[in-house]
Design a protein around this ligand. Structure first.
Ligand SMILES: NC(=O)C1=CN([C@@H]2O[C@H](COP(=O)(O)OP(=O)(O)OC[C@H]3O[C@@H](n4cnc5c(N)ncnc54)[C@H](O)[C@@H]3O)[C@@H](O)[C@H]2O)C=CC1
Ligand SMILES: O=C(O)CCC(=O)C(=O)O
Length: 418
C-alpha cells in the first residue's frame, strides 16, 4: 500500500475540482473547503481484563457543518492517524453533498487492533470514547456511525452511554444501530447496495452489460462482500475477491455467499474450496470488466494503476486511489466512479435511520431500498450531466464540482460571503 497522505490527497482533489466551478471560488473559501473546522484528539485509558491499564489515541474530526450536522463513521484500526481521520471527515462532507442529504461531514478513529482485545475490553474502550465525545455529539450536532471494524454492537454501546449520561432517549445521536436499538432495515447492506447501483448506472451509461461482466473485489468486509453478493444477483460473475489474508480467483465465478460463510468460519477468504490463490496486488491487476476496491485508502498507487486491466472501477472504499493513480487511469481511459458517490449508500441509509428515529416511525426494507435507489441514480444523473455540460476531465471531478458548489451555496447563503 502506498504511503501517500490521504489528507493531502483530499486537498488535491478539492483544489483540482474547485478550478472547474462555473463561478469560481475565492481563496479564503477554498481554504475553508480544504480544512476541518475542529479536530478532537484525546487519549482513552481503559482497564484490560488482566488488571492492567492501556491507553489508546482517539480522534473525532468535524470537517464542515455548513449543510447540517457533522456525520460520519468511527474506525478502529492500528493504522488510524490524525491525517487519515481528517481526510475521511472531509470526504464525508462532499459525499453528503453529492447525494444531497442535509449533513456536513465528520469522522472518528481509534488507534487499536480490535482482534487483540476481548469483547469486554472493546466495550470499555467504546464507552470511554463515547464519554469523551459526548459534549460534541448529538442528533443535531454530530452523528457518528460504523466504519472499518465497527458495527451495530459498537453503535449500541455509544447510544447507551450517551443516553445514560444525558438522561434522555435520543436514538438519532448515532446510526448503524441494531434494529432493536432503533437501527434501520437495510443499513448493513446499504454501502454494498449503492456500489451495485453505481456499477449498474455506469455500465448503462457506457452502453455495456453488467449481466455477464467479470468482477474483482478487494476487501471482503461489510462493503465488499455485500457488493459482491448484489453484483452476482445482477448477473455479474465475481471471479476474484480478497481480504487481508490474500486473494482467491476462479475464472468460472465464485459463489459470494459461500465465500462469506467460509470466511465467517475460518476468518479469511484464502483456502476457499479449490480456488486459485493470488497476491493482493494480482487481484488489483486482473483482466476483469469491473474492479471494486473495498478495503482501505491508497490501495492503488501510480505503479499498480499502470498495470490495472479493468475497464471500470467503482470505489467502495474511501480514497482507494492516490491522485497519481487517478491520473494514470484517466490517461488509460479507465472509467472510475468515485467513492463519494459509489459508497454513499451507507450514509444515505444512516440519514433514513435518523429520520425514522426522529419520527419514531420505522420504514419497511423495501421503502429503504427504493429510496436509496432513487438517491443514488438521481445523483449519478446529476454527476454525468455536470461531466458532459461542463466538459470535465473525470467523473470524480464532476462529483466534486457538484458537491463543492452545494457546500459553497450553503455557506454563502448563510450570509458569510462574499
Ligand atoms: N461500513 C460502511 O458503512 C462504509 C464503509 N466505507 C468504506 O469501505 C471500506 C471498507 O469498510 P468496511 O467494509 O466497513 O470494513 P470492514 O472492516 O468490514 O472490512 C474491511 C475488509 O478489507 C480487508 N482488507 C484490509 N486490508 C486489505 C488489503 N490490503 N487487501 C485486501 N483486503 C484488505 C479486510 O480483511 C476486510 O475484509 C473502508 O474504506 C470504509 O471507509 C464507506 C462507506 C460506508
Ligand atoms: O453512515 C454514516 O453516517 C457514515 C458512513 C461512513 O463513515 C462513510 O460513508 O464513510
Amino acid at each position: 500500500m502506498s504511503e501517500s497522505n490521504p489528507f493531502e490527497n483530499l486537498q488535491e482533489q478539492i483544489e483540482d475540482a474547485a478550478g472547474f466551478l462555473p463561478d469560481g471560488v475565492g481563496d479564503d473559501v477554498l481554504e475553508r473547503l480544504k480544512n476541518p473546522e475542529r479536530v478532537l484528539e484525546t487519549n482513552l485509558t481503559v482497564d484490560m481484563d488482566d488488571g492492567s491499564i492501556e491507553s489508546f489515541r482517539a480522534y473525532r474530526s468535524q470537517f464542515n457543518g455548513d449543510r447540517g450536522p457533522y456525520k460520519g463513521g468511527i474506525r478502529y484500526h492500528p493504522g488510524v492517524t490524525r491525517d487519515e481521520v481528517k481526510a475521511l471527515s472531509g470526504w464525508m462532507v462532499y459525499k453528503c453533498a453529492v447525494v444531497d442529504i442535509p449533513y456536513g461531514g465528520g469522522k472518528g478513529g481509534i488507534v487499536v487492533d480490535p482482534s487483540e482485545h476481548s469483547a469486554d475490553e472493546l466495550e470499555r474502550l467504546t464507552r470511554s470514547f463515547a464519554k469523551e465525545v459526548r459534549p460534541f455529539i448529538g442528533a443535531d450536532k454530530d452523528i457518528p456511525a460504523p466504519d472499518v471494524n465497527t458495527g451495530q454492537r459498537e453503535m449500541n454501546w455509544i447510544k447507551d452511554t450517551y443516553e445514560k449520561l444525558e438522561n434522555t432517549t435520543e436514538p438519532g445521536v448515532i446510526t448503524g444501530k441494531s434494529i432493536e436499538n432503533g437501527g434501520s432495515e437495510g443499513r448493513v447492506e446499504a454501502t454494498g447496495r449503492s456500489v451495485m447501483f453505481a456499477a449498474r448506472e455506469v455500465f448503462d451509461y457506457l452502453d455495456t452489460d453488467l449481466d455477464g461482466a467479470t468482477v474483482a473485489v478487494q476487501g471482503y468486509g461489510n462493503a465488499g462482500w455485500i457488493a459482491a453478493k448484489l453484483l452476482d444477483e445482477q448477473g455479474a460473475s465475481v471471479v476474484a475477491v480478497s481480504d487481508s489474508s490474500g486473494a482467491i480467483h476462479d475464472p468460472e465465478g465464485l459463489d459470494p455467499v459461500a465465500v462469506k460463510e467460509f470466511k465467517n468460519d475460518s476468518g479469511h477468504v484464502t483456502g476457499y474450496d479449490d480456488a486459485e490463490e493470488l497476491t493482493n496486488r494480482d487481484l488489483l491487476t486482473l483482466d476483469v470488466d469491473l474492479l471494486v476496491p473495498a478495503a482501505l485508502e491508497n490501495a492503488i498507487d501510480e505503479d499498480i494503476a499502470r498495470d490495472v486491466q479493468a475497464d471500470v472501477i467503482v470505489e467502495a472504499a474511501n480514497g482507494p486511489l492516490t491522485p497519481d493513480a487517478d491520473d494514470v487511469l484517466q490517461d488509460s481511459d479507465i472509467t472510475v466512479v468515485p467513492d463519494i458517490l459509489a459508497n454513499a449508500g451507507g450514509v444515505t441509509v444512516s440519514y433514513f435511520e435518523w429520520v425514522q428515529n426522529r419520527q419514531r416511525f420505522s420504514w419497511t426494507e423495501n421503502r429503504v431500498n427504493d429510496e436509496l435507489e432513487r438517491v443514488i441514480t438521481d445523483a449519478f444523473d446529476e454527476l454525468t450531466h455536470a461531466y458532459e455540460t461542463l466538459d470535465l476531465p473525470s467523473l470524480r471531478t464532476a462529483a466534486y464540482v457538484v458537491a463543492i458548489q452545494r457546500v459553497v451555496d450553503a455557506y454563502t447563503g448563510n450570509g458569510n460571503w462574499p
